[in-house]
Design a binder for this molecule. Structure first.
Ligand code: SF4
Ligand code: SF4
Length: 452
């Protein structure tokens, strides 16, 4: 039976076509990263309650040992990425939060070893894995959305019995420029992605599975299709080949493009019977359920015009960003280091910032890639409105933030902004529209949390 290829029957509005610069790292096979002398493992690497540390200064820990947990449902435990000795539990740099409590581990250099990659047999008996057990294994392994959102995966896999739960989309679009870690995963370890998708669908109770990939990744499409055929699940999984357009991998845009369904403004995909998981999360589900392996390592793309040897490295969580940049060397001075892609990523200044479960890329940009120069006045060209995939008026929203007009901002759906950066990208006046809007959203979120 042939693998069904769904050529994206639908589409989404807006979006842009930035230079993808994937050629820098896309042909670099996944390799083990350098062995760090110390790991900084934050207690918060997910959306939800921060974990409590379960280890003390001076304690020896083994690779994969539970070092932090929390009783709250929306939370995910944290494990020691490598064996070593706890140096301290203290406030440390964090890529998203700025600072956060973390377990600092001095790595035992005698017991190091990168996570091995056991091969999945194509004849794996998936019938023996029951939904509740899959969710429990996923929770025990500390899985969170590895595409950037960081929502605990066991919570996502728990279906609401009062709502439909018919469609799982595994997101392999990787539409952000520069990033190639998901691409390499699909090319090199497709069986894990497919098995993880089947396990996730079983846990969530969905009938239909799509693996969505942009059409600029023919090798990944081929590799995933071969894995589907090898397992004999051609009738169960469709490969959705979508046009290359940013932000094709945005959850709301992806659902629209693959199924034609629209997630309501302010709503979440399960409201319309859809669950979206990143391909790296699917692969980690296979690790967690088939081998009981906790999430201790992840693949990170180290790239950018300033990087001498771009790479896709499998590294322990907690590895300092600066160490990975040194490992790949710089060919000229870095003007900016961004965690994630240049459209949605976060610029960092501290090289000691650690890799966390959601860090997919380190992009080191040179001067010539930054938009320098003064912001000009808005010339009312409307390009930001055309580019916005959420149908917002970014120019108006940015003005509401500049003028502290919070009621007007809310009336114009500022919270519906997905922070994709398309508006800033197209603005000929160089106005950092997305930056203003993000600031406004953060301010309103703080106001709301103070009131509750
Ligand atoms: S950042 Fe927000 S306002 Fe700007 S294009 Fe994206 S969704 Fe629209
Ligand atoms: S793209 Fe820039 S210049 Fe054009 S309308 Fe939007 S804010 Fe104004």
């Amino acid at each position: 039976m042939e693998v069904a290829i769904n050529k994206g029957r639908f589409s989404f509005r807006g979006g842009v076509h930035p230079a993808d610069r994937k050629e820098l790292a896309q042909d670099q096979a996944i390799l083990p990263g350098p062995i760090p002398s110390q790991l900084v493992v934050p207690l918060s690497q997910h959306i939800g309650q921060v974990c409590r540390p379960l280890v003390k200064k001076g304690q020896l820990v083994q690779q994969g040992e539970l070092i932090a947990d929390q009783d709250a449902y929306v939370s995910a435990p944290v494990h020691a990425p490598m064996a070593g000795k706890v140096k301290e539990v203290s406030l440390q740099p964090h890529p998203v939060l700025g600072r956060c409590m973390a377990v600092v581990i001095e790595v035992d250099q005698n017991s190091v070893g990168q996570a091995d990659q056991p091969q999945l047999p194509a004849d794996l008996d998936l019938a023996k894995y029951q939904p509740e057990k899959i969710r429990q294994d996923v929770r025990n392994a500390g899985l969170v959305g590895m595409g950037g959102a960081g929502f605990p995966t066991h919570v996502k896999l728990d279906p609401n019995p009062n709502r439909p739960h018919d469609t799982l989309i595994v997101n392999g679009c990787e539409c952000e420029p520069y990033i190639t870690c998901d691409y390499r995963l699909m090319v090199e370890r497709p069986l894990k992605v497919v098995v993880g998708a089947l396990l996730a669908a079983k846990a969530w109770g969905s009938r239909q599975i799509y693996i969505a990939i942009e059409d600029n990744k023919p090798k990944a499409i081929q590799s995933i299709s071969n894995a589907i055929r090898a397992i004999g699940v051609e009738g169960r999984i469709e490969v959705a080949v979508l046009p290359t357009r940013y932000p094709q991998g945005g959850e709301r845009q992806l659902i629209r493009a693959v199924t034609g369904r629209i997630v309501p403004t302010g709503g979440i995909p399960p409201m319309i019977g859809v669950l979206v998981l990143n391909v790296a999360t699917a692969s980690a589900i296979a690790d967690a359920v088939v081998w009981s392996r906790p999430l201790t390592h992840r693949i990170v793309t180290v790239t950018g015009s300033a990087v001498a040897r771009p790479a896709n490295l499998e590294v322990p969580i907690g590895t300092p960003v600066g160490q990975l940049i040194d490992h790949c060397s710089l060919k000229h001075a870095a003007a900016r280091v961004v965690l994630g892609g240049p459209m949605m990523g976060i610029a960092i200044a501290d090289p000691n910032t650690p890799i966390i479960k959601t860090t997919n890329a380190i992009v080191v940009l040179g001067d010539h890639e930054l938009r320098m120069g003064q912001q000009g006045p808005c010339i009312r060209c409307g390009r930001c409105v055309d580019a916005c995939p959420e149908g917002l008026n970014p120019s108006l929203l940015a003005r509401t933030v500049q003028q502290y007009a919070w009621d007007l901002a809310k009336d114009n759906f500022i919270t519906a902004c997905i922070e994709c950066g398309c508006c800033s990208y197209v603005c000929p006046a160089g106005i950092e529209l997305a930056g203003y809007i993000k600031t406004g959203k953060a301010f309103l979120a703080r106001q709301t949390s103070k009131k509750t």
